[in-house]
Design a protein around this ligand. Structure first.
Ligand code: AMP
Ligand code: MG
Length: 303
């Protein structure tokens, strides 16, 4: 499928999966409530999880945000296009289905030329969560998307995703900025620009029943194979141990870029369990630690 065809589909109220630099997104016209509802249906995603709206220009973002602050402008100038999502008060014309009824909207300009071309050609903002079924592993190749939806969703193939884990989500909607989801932009870098960060409101029930950040579901980003954050010692069955600097890359950026691909492969190989050596501490690893903890959450929850 070409960018033109994909853009025409979006304009006509359809869904298209497309590559961004973080993970593949499942996109629809953010201003078309019926189209956005279909994203939730096909993903099996609860209506309480708001979507990120992807834009191809700062102007498009400002059309959707009610309060575009000086800080929003500075962050966008520094990080857009790139893996930073900004949560801002929304304008009334942003459908409630996109924001799970919240009065804020999450905005991002992706750093993938094909994604930017798609949005610009469609001429509308594109709401897109990761193109996988709810709670499962995020896709970082077109093939992952095909497998997740068994070919039922058209995919614009943009190659493997360079960043590899989901964007950093920063809320600018309150009195102090809040890091809702860590990503590959280190926390200390954000503090240097935005000042001290406030803690996210406790629990997913914050913000009137909608998840303040859907990335905050404790179980998320999960392979089907049970995953443990340890060295797998003494565990019965046929397992796979993924070690830092061996089966998984040594640097945080390469580790993130390869992580989901390696987990998709491990999942397909039919192991009884996967063990991942706990990654290092430190700010550059925070996003990776967050994803791994959620990927392993079922073990500690016992569900
Ligand atoms: P994903 O499920 O991977 O598409 O991630 C979507 C992300 O969107 C979540 O982690 C949220 O942080 C973010 N998000 C979207 N809309 C909002 C909003 N209005 N307020 C806070 N976070 C939002
Ligand atoms: Mg997701």
């Amino acid at each position: 499928m070409t960018v033109r065809e994909a853009a025409a589909l979006i304009r006509a109220g359809g869904l298209v999966a497309f590559a961004t630099e973080t993970v593949y997104g499942l996109g629809a016209n953010a201003l078309d409530a019926a189209a956005v509802r279909r994203i939730y249906e096909i993903k099996g995603r609860p209506a309480t999880s708001p979507l990120i709206v992807h834009v191809s220009s700062v102007g498009m973002a400002r059309d959707l945000a009610a309060g575009w602050s000086e800080l929003a402008g500075r962050l966008a100038a520094l990080y857009w296009p790139g893996p930073l999502t900004l949560v801002l008060p929304k304008r009334p014309h942003v459908p409630g289905v996109v924001t799970a009824g919240l009065d804020t909207v999450a905005l991002r300009m992706p750093a993938h030329p094909q994604a930017l071309e798609l949005i610009a050609t469609a001429g509308v903002p594109v709401a897109a969560p990761s193109a996988n079924r709810f709670t499962q592993l995020s896709p970082t190749t077109a093939r992952h998307v095909q497998d997740a939806f068994e070919g039922r969703v058209p995919v614009l193939d943009g190659g493997p995703c360079a960043v590899g884990i989901e964007s950093t989500v920063l809320s600018l909607a309150g009195p102090a900025p809040v890091l809702l989801r860590p990503g590959m932009i280190p926390r200390d870098e954000l503090v240097a620009i935005a000042g001290p960060l406030a803690e996210p409101a406790a629990g997913p029930e914050a913000a009137g029943g909608a998840h303040a950040s859907p990335g905050q579901h404790e179980r998320h980003y999960q392979p089907r194979t049970p995953l443990y954050l340890d060295h797998g010692e003494g565990r019965p069955g046929r397992g796979l141990l993924l070690r830092h600097g061996r089966e998984l890359p040594a640097t945080a950026s390469e580790y993130a870029a390869r992580l989901y691909g390696i987990l998709h492969e491990a999942d397909a190989a039919g192991y009884d369990w996967i063990a991942i050596e706990p990654p290092p501490g430190g700010a550059v690893w925070e996003g990776i630690r967050d994803r791994l903890q959620r990927a392993a959450a079922r073990r500690t929850e016992g569900t």
